[in-house]
Design a protein around this ligand. Structure first.
Ligand SMILES: C[S@@+](CC[C@H](N)C(=O)[O-])C[C@H]1O[C@@H](n2cnc3c(N)ncnc32)[C@H](O)[C@@H]1O
Length: 405
């Protein structure tokens, strides 16, 4: 915790002058798992490394500031904000994300996890309806029975211990090592039962019994390893988490946020609903209700409209002279590479509110060599051997505003 990110940057002079500084460099370490152990409690589609919010929060805010992430995902910005002594406000249209974020902001002790798990009767007989069709490719029937009993127990009360156990259980639902409840499967995506059946055939595997409680306890010990300062818990009462659409955050008063660090969905690159069906089942969330708001924009025009709405709402909630850092990437659409940072910068310059507007302060491009892990998962972001995060840094200024040189 608290390692200062290296800042080794050069201005990119090869690119056309866009009217704002564009800086390329290795802004933080390419090494994996360098920050607080709780960040790695669960994987999430499209998540960024905690080094990204760590870098931005240190660079653009001060202790005690309110840091908002309106696309919270697995709560990376929120957790890092608290670890750095900032208040975390976080939202996502997906209740699963909000559940994860809340649990991370309210960690409990390992002893509390163990004691609570001891209260559960994992062996109670259950109704096996739906097991054969949906769950049998993933779980041994005894593992499934333990999971259903855990799910029912956790549904009874929403306290911090139950929520933290829910987070840990969600993280163990499917994956490729014996630490997961499922037979060998994908860790990042919950694949459909028919795809899992094919994997089982190919690998000649049958789900064996995997007891649930010891796996949760092991994950709890790993996630809580780095510990917390008393300051971390003092800040918690000022945190806020909400299920809400980033284009309409009525729960946030105007001019109340000191910094936004966020990453919106990139066109339709990730299907957050289909890819999480096991997580939705376990946490009792109906993905159908989210279809309209969980944004999947198939065309660039739709995405531009979406991002303009997000930026306008961000401008409303930001205090003057504060920053919004919007992380995007390059996406490939119909054989063309679209640099979404340019789209964000353009959209930001086109919007304004009475007495407020954005200026593009800088665009930071974090460029790193692929790690071995990224290569083995065939990460392809259209530029050979590198992996980039493009951070559009917007400053909220009064009208007429002047850009800092
Ligand atoms: C790229 S992910 C964010 C990942 C996050 N930075 C992390 O590290 O975990 C985008 C998130 O946007 C959420 N989302 C999609 N449409 C939304 C909307 N209209 N308003 C708020 N959140 C939305 C998705 O549920 C997803 O969690």
């Amino acid at each position: 915790m608290g390692r200062t990110p290296k800042l080794k940057v050069v201005e990119d002079k090869n690119l056309d002058n866009p009217g704002y500084p564009r800086i390329v460099g290795e802004l933080w370490t390419a090494k994996q798992r360098q920050l607080h152990s709780l960040h790695y409690a669960i994987s999430y589609r499209g998540s960024f490394k905690p080094e990204l919010p760590d870098f931005c929060i240190r660079r653009y805010s001060r202790k005690g500031d309110v840091v908002l992430d309106p696309f919270s995902g697995r709560g990376t910005t929120a957790l890092q904000a608290n670890l750095l002594g900032r208040v975390a406000w976080a939202a996502d249209v997906n209740p699963l994300s909000v559940l994860i974020t809340q649990a991370k902001l309210n960690p409990v002790g390992l002893d509390e996890v163990v004691l609570r798990l001891n209260e559960i009767d994992f062996r109670r007989p259950i109704d096996l309806e739906g097991y054969q069709e949906l769950f049998s490719p993933f779980y041994h029937p005894d593992t499934f029975r333990e999971l259903v009993n855990l799910k029912k127990f956790l549904e009874r009360e929403n306290d911090a211990v139950n929520n933290f156990i829910k987070l840990l259980a969600l993280s163990r639902l499917h994956g490729h090592s014996p630490g997961f409840f499922s037979v060998y499967s994908f860790p990042q995506i919950s694949i459909p039962p028919e795809s899992q059946r094919l994997i089982n055939l190919k690998r000649s595997q049958v789900p064996e019994y995997r007891s649930v409680a010891p796996r949760i306890i092991k994950k709890a010990a790993q996630s809580l390893r780095d510990g917390f300062t008393s300051n971390f818990f003092d800040i918690a009462s000022a945190n806020r988490t909400e299920v809400s659409d980033a284009r309409k955050m009525d729960w946030i008063p105007s001019d109340s946020i000191d910094l936004i660090v966020t990453s919106p969905p990139f066109l339709d690159k990730v299907d957050y609903l289909a890819d999480n069906w096991l997580e939705f089942w376990f946490s009792g969330i109906s993905p159908k209700k989210l279809k309209k708001t969980c944004v999947m924009t198939p065309t660039l025009e739709d995405w531009q409209t979406f991002i303009s709405g997000v930026l306008k709402e961000s401008l409303r909630v930001l205090k003057k002279h504060s920053y919004a850092v919007i992380e995007v990437g390059e996406v490939e659409k119909n054989g063309k590479i679209i640099l979404l940072d340019e789209e964000v910068a353009q959209a930001a310059r086109d919007i304004s509110l009475p007495g407020k507007r954005f200026v593009v302060e800088e665009v930071l491009i974090n460029q790193q060599k692929f790690t071995k892990l990224a290569n083995c998962f065939k990460v392809d972001n259209n530029s050979k051997g590198t992996n980039t995060n493009r951070l559009v840094v917007l400053k909220c200024v009064g009208k007429p505003g002047r850009k800092k040189s």
